[in-house]
Design a protein around this ligand. Structure first.
Ligand code: ATP
Ligand code: MG
Length: 700
């Protein structure tokens, strides 16, 4: 537009302005764009400086456009109290204000008055102010319009009415755009919710976008604990103030959250202090300040599983629109939480079953409907001598070969056909390595059904009968051993007692003494045996892990060695001990450690007729090594493999009449192994024996 001299306002002129504005604003759907266009069009048209200021949603500042007549447009931001717009808005109508009428204080403060020479023509938008509008409070000003301006106090209100339409249109579009963005965000959230089964990551994904969409300070999710009905809040969401607090727990029905969970209805509370349901304790504990709450129940199949709360709307109050948004999130959120919970419990169950399966002493095998292996455990692989094989996917009847008439496939069939009582089969596994190795087993099987009662897999348990028989045999041996060992001294005692009663030593005191001596010695032996057996039973039943503590070996030796040394010297032996002061401790049971070394030293003294018994200890790497060495009778080579068996005594010991039950070394070995250690023996007949015990040092 060419600048012309000021002209009288005419209708023609105004019509031009209308047309220009229609052209400029017709396609402008952005509030700020509309404000800028208004400012520059009016400045050009009136040849005065035009100012448009529009307030932000929370109304604490104005975005301002200042346009000079010849195209210079400036955009800035003024704080409310410095802008001078607020009194103009309050007027609610067009006004011409003169600079003279402003107080000096206002003039100094005002950004606007700094630009004007004499007067300002202003009008509030939307116009009329009482008109229902989406436009934020806005002011249009012409600075120093002059007497010939085509816009005057008379026609500016009509202009304002006209501009309100454009501003409203832009605000509406902004709103619907924003809603579109919100809905898109919600869509994204719900989409991503369905793609994860991890509760933490669901909450992490959800929190920021929802908080932003709702324009709130904080979002919290409370889940109902099924057992108590209490609502427990997910602290992760609640911000730094809650980080070091115990999880927040509301009793059923307590607080606004409790009310929502109880009633299954959402609620908007824009001022919590006027609501009697509000539970202020949480704020008192955390230092957080709650003002407003929007809470929605999380519902699955008519069952409330928790609530989601938006806390403290940042600008303005919660509206029905916010409620709709949060409801949209709450439905998929409830499903996602439920899925995550189910998934977690399924995982836990799966782990439990897997642990049992893997740690069973029996061999375990599952076979699918096609007869292929779906899972095996270590014990089965060991039983089949296939430790490093992967059998998954192979045909079960190829993997399991048995010497039964009908074969393994037939047994699988039998399991499927039987209704209640599942079959068992005692047979021999034929191992592949040479086709001749047989392992006696008992196979039991049962079908696993799916929810439609169809057979999904078959589970089979292989018990190693060889091992079971071995254990039974050992137990029988032990009892036979006990009976035998007890019978011998008892028979002797009985015999001498009978001789005495029959008067065979009647007038012979020396003979009677000898008989009584035998009875006494055999009774001692019986007593010793019973004591040993009790110790043994105790040892076998004990669990080192359960009763274990950190033990200083030096303490054990301090108790044990002095009486042992006395015993040795009394017998005329030399007793040497070499124990460093800084032996590391071991993890274990003191009584058992005492028993181990007592038996070894006891043997060394017992089986040494003359010479030296020596005990020394040292640290080797992470082990403590204790050696008990004697220069005694030694052990025949052929006796060495049996030395640690129950009741075993070498022929040489028996022949020399050295007393004992043959339980000592067995107990020593048990004890050492329970401590995670090892024992070995070196011996030369006639020269002497060395027992070496290695125990792991306790971890620091
Ligand atoms: P117990 O310890 O039950 O009273 P024991 O000493 O005969 O009886 P073990 O300690 O189990 O039984 O030892 C088994 C056998 O090993 C002994 O009978 C003996 O033949 C042989 N033996 C053990 N220690 C020695 C040793 N230091 N020197 C020679 N022989 C030994
Ligand atoms: Mg012994």
């Amino acid at each position: 537009m060419i600048a012309t001299a000021p002209t009288q306002p005419t209708n023609k002129n105004l019509f031009d302005l209308w047309q220009r504005l229609n052209l400029e604003l017709g396609n402008n759907f952005d509030t700020h764009g509309v404000c800028a266009a208004i400012a520059s069009e009016l400045a050009e048209f009136t040849l005065t400086t035009a100012v448009v200021g529009t307030s932000n949603p929370s109304q604490n500042y104005f975005d301002v456009w200042i346009s000079q007549p010849h195209g210079r447009l400036q955009q800035t931001r003024w704080e409310n109290k410095k802008s001078s717009f607020t009194p103009m808005l309050a007027q609610g109508a067009a006004a011409t204000l003169s600079k003279m009428s402003q107080s000096p204080a206002e003039l100094v403060q005002s950004e606007l008055w700094r630009l004007a020479q004499d007067s300002i023509l202003c009008v509030p938008l939307p116009f009329p102010p009482e008109h229902y509008s989406y436009t934020p409070p806005t002011i249009l000003c012409l600075l120093d319009p002059g007497p010939y301006s085509s816009i005057t106090q008379d026609n500016i209100e009509e202009l304002a009415r006209h501009l309100t339409v454009y501003l409203d249109r832009a605000a509406l579009r902004h709103r619907s755009d924003r809603q579109e963005i919100e809905f898109a965000t919600i869509y994204d959230i719900t989409y991503s919710l369905t793609s994860t089964l991890n509760l933490d990551s669901i909450i992490a994904q959800l929190s920021d976008p929802v908080r932003r969409s709702l324009d709130v300070e904080s979002l919290s999710i409370g889940l109902i604990e099924p057992a108590s009905g209490d609502i427990i809040f997910v602290t992760q969401l609640m911000g730094p103030l809650f980080q070091n607090m115990a999880p927040i727990r509301l009793k059923a029905g307590q607080g606004i959250a409790g009310w929502v969970a109880d009633h299954g209805e959402p609620v908007i509370v824009n001022n919590v202090y006027t609501d009697t349901r509000f539970h202020a304790q949480v704020d008192r504990d955390s230092g957080f300040q709650t003002h407003s709450i929007l809470a929605v129940p999380l519902v699955i199949e008519n069952r409330v599983i928790g609530i989601v709360e938006a806390i403290n709307k940042l600008h303005g109050s919660f509206t029905d629109h916010d409620l709709r948004l949060l409801r949209m999130v709450s439905a998929p959120l409830a499903v996602a939480i439920e899925n995550a919970r189910l998934h977690t419990s399924v995982l836990a169950e799966e782990r439990r079953v897997k642990t049992i399966f893997e740690n069973m002493a029996e061999g375990m095998l599952t076979v699918n409907a096609e007869g292929r292996v779906t899972a095996t455990n270590e014990s089965l692989l060991t039983l089949l001598h296939k430790e490093n094989h992967n059998l998954i996917g192979q045909r079960a009847d190829q993997v399991i070969k048995i010497d039964s008439e009908h074969g393994f496939a037939h047994f699988l069939e039998q399991i499927l056909q039987s209704d209640d009582e599942y079959p068992q089969l005692a047979c021999n596994l034929i191992l592949n390595n040479n086709g001749r190795t047989h392992v006696p087993v008992l196979i039991s099987g049962a079908p696993i059904l799916n929810e439609d009662d169809e057979v999904y897999e078959t589970i089979l348990v292989f018990s190693d009968l060889g091992q079971i028989r071995e254990v039974e045999r050992m137990r029988d041996d032990f009892f036979h051993g006990i009976v035998h060992e007890l019978r011998t001294p008892l028979a002797t005692i009985l015999m001498y007692a009978r001789l005495l009663r029959e008067g065979r030593a009647k007038d012979d005191q020396a003979k009677a003494d000898r008989f009584l001596g035998v009875i006494e010695r055999e009774s001692d032996r019986l007593q010793m045996m019973v004591r040993q057996m009790l110790q043994l039973a105790k040892l076998e039943a004990s669990h080192i892990q359960r009763s274990s503590e950190v033990i200083q070996l030096s303490r054990v030796f301090d108790q044990l060695l002095p009486p042992m040394a006395d015993q040795a010297t009394e017998k005329g032996l030399t007793f040497i001990q070499r124990l460093p002061a800084d032996l590391p401790p071991v993890q274990g049971v003191e009584e058992t450690l005492y028993l181990i070394f007592k038996n070894l030293i006891d043997n060394a003294i017992k089986f040494t007729l003359s010479g030296t018994v020596r005990i020394d200890a040292q640290t080797e790497g992470k082990e403590i090594v204790v050696r008990v060495k004697d220069g005694g009778i030694g052990i025949p080579k052929e006796a060495l493999p049996n030395l640690f068996r129950r009741f075993y005594r070498a022929q040489s010991a028996v022949e020399k009449g050295i007393a004992g039950t043959g339980l000592g070394l067995y107990m020593v070995k048990e004890g050492v192994e329970k401590h995670g250690g090892t024992i070995e023996v070196q011996s030369t007949e006639g020269e002497g024996t060395t027992f070496t015990v290695r125990l792991p040092a306790a971890p620091q």
